[in-house]
Design a protein around this ligand. Structure first.
Ligand code: TNX
Length: 502
């Protein structure tokens, strides 16, 4: 049964046997109207069939596909029952119903005689509440259409968070009324001198609305106190001079204060800490970001601040996490921030060291749980989507023990990465796509697929051993069965040789 092409693997899959459900133009969808719209669009894309809606007022079970939120079961859970004479999806909430429909979409099979759905009983709920993907829109700008295409891909694999890395040394990408020079003076820039861009506040709202319609929360990041060379172009008073001693230019240009930085080196820039102008700047940008962002999290970066003195870094982390908490949001920071000053209670840490933690990384990450926060796991050698998938890849980086095969992306267990974290300490899993080498949606697909499917399974499915089919061999054949669906969704996935495509 687990060879059904289902990714992420559901918590429980049963095979009642018997004839399949035949999906043809006579099928009617009843029940929840919003979910019915989602299913109609998915069915039309996958099969070309335009399914009707059961008449208004008709009992949901009069239709042949019934979609119901019944409020039972854990958050985001659903039950899907397929028999030859009908399909029923019952869910705890609207998100669960959306996920039941994504599962149903994966089950639709084509043959010479038409479309069918195999008889099945699925009882499914996520392992982790936070299932994220990240897109770096700072190194290269990605327009609203690209971002929405990316988040739709992720939502179809049951991810529920879109983390946007909105600022870095190269540029600032979100228009702020309080600090208009940020985008005015830096947004045209990008790595390699490529075209830039930025989101107006309307654009940002469109992304948030599109994400919400796909049951995804947007987590915005302004990266500080490092990764701030662009801030110094817009507001020179708040930036320190570039710290270039021992700095690795990664073969590219050397940063010059006040001029665009188009290379991909990191760790040279810093805000000027302990200065009233800097405090006012940080307060302005996060206060405005809080008003623009309905979701509960604001990410303040904190990674690779090699140009910031340790005492200054500690002071910055303390102040900024407290500021965000005062704004009524939960602060999130990369794990380095855990080593520094007192974190505001509940600050979430995002771990980006390896599956086997590098020196000090586990300890820094545990500092978040000690301060009452939880942890997002993004082990770079497993879930960094920007690592080359193999030696021949033209896109991507290799610093995280790269290249990263699909098998390596799959074979890791979230609870085993950091000693001393309980299952409850883990908020979830996030797969970041940094875009030093990534310019277009085709580039995004080429690096993201199929490894995003491995991250989805780590985030959603029971741990290895806790469900039949939660194995590498099952996974590579289940992914292989998704090829036709991904093709109809216009995803330009590379035909990874590690997958048995069908
Ligand atoms: C490290 S991971 C970074 C980013 C780079 C990425 C490239 C992290 C928090 N910082 O600045 O884009 O590596 O893989």
């Amino acid at each position: 049964m687990t060879t059904l092409p289902l990714v992420p693997l559901p918590a429980a899959v049963g095979a009642p046997g018997g004839p399949p459900f035949v999906l043809d133009a006579d099928v009617r969808i009843g029940g929840d109207a919003v979910a019915a719209g989602v299913l109609r669009r998915l069915a039309a894309t996958r099969t070309g069939l335009h399914l009707g809606h059961a008449e208004d007022g008709a009992a949901p079970d009069a239709a042949r596909i019934a979609l119901t939120v019944d409020g039972s079961g854990p958050a985001e859970s659903y039950r899907l029952a397929v028999r030859h004479d009908g399909i029923e999806v019952r869910a705890a909430d609207a998100a669960g119903l959306f996920y039941g429909i994504q599962t149903l979409g994966q089950l639709v099979a084509g043959s010479a005689t038409g479309w069918t759905v195999p008889a099945a009983d699925i009882d499914d709920a996520p392992r982790f509440a936070y299932r994220g993907v990240m897109l770096d829109v700072a190194r290269h700008f990605h327009d609203v259409g690209t971002v929405t295409a990316f988040l739709e891909r992720a939502a179809s694999l049951k991810f529920n968070v879109l983390h946007l890395h909105l600022s870095d040394d190269q540029a600032w990408r979100l228009e702020l009324r309080s600090r208009p020079e940020l985008t005015a003076r830096t947004a045209a820039n990008a790595v390699g001198g490529d075209p830039g861009g930025f989101y107006t506040q309307d654009d940002y709202r469109r992304i948030i609305d599109h994400a919400a319609a796909h049951h995804m929360t947007v987590v915005p990041e302004f990266d500080m106190p490092g990764h701030t060379h662009a801030v110094g172009i817009a507001y020179p008073a708040v930036a320190a001079a570039p710290a270039l001693e021992g700095w690795d230019a990664a073969g590219g240009p050397t940063p010059v204060a006040g001029e665009p930085y188009t290379g991909i080196g990191v760790g040279f820039s810093s805000l000027r800490i302990g200065d009233a102008a800097t405090d006012a700047f940080v307060a302005d940008v996060f206060t405005e970001l809080a008003t623009l962002t309905p979701g509960p999290y604001l990410h303040f970066g904190g990674d690779e601040a090699h140009g910031t003195a340790p005492a200054d870094f500690a002071a910055f982390v303390e102040r900024t996490s407290a500021l965000i908490a005062r704004l009524g949001k939960t602060p999130v920071a990369w794990h380095e921030a855990g080593a520094a000053g007192d974190l505001a209670r509940g600050t979430v840490g995002q771990y980006w060291s390896f599956v086997r933690p590098a020196e000090g990384a586990a300890e820094k990450t545990r500092a978040f749980t000690a301060a009452g926060g939880r942890v997002i796991l993004s082990p770079a050698d497993a879930v960094y989507l920007d690592m080359k998938p193999d030696e021949t890849a033209t896109l991507g980086l290799t610093w995280a023990n790269g290249p990263t095969s699909l098998e390596r992306a799959y074979r890791w267990e979230p609870a085993d990465v950091i000693d001393g974290l309980s299952e409850d300490d883990i908020l979830g899993v996030e797969a970041p796509l940094w875009t030093e080498t990534v310019r277009t949606l085709d580039d995004i697909d080429a690096l993201t697929f199929p490894r995003i499917a491995a991250a989805a399974e780590a985030a959603w499915s029971p741990r290895s051993g806790a469900a039949p089919g939660r194995t590498w061999d099952s996974f590579r054949s289940r992914v292989g069965g998704l090829g036709p669906l991904w093709t109809t969704l216009d995803i330009r996935f590379p035909a990874s040789p590690e997958v048995s495509w069908t």
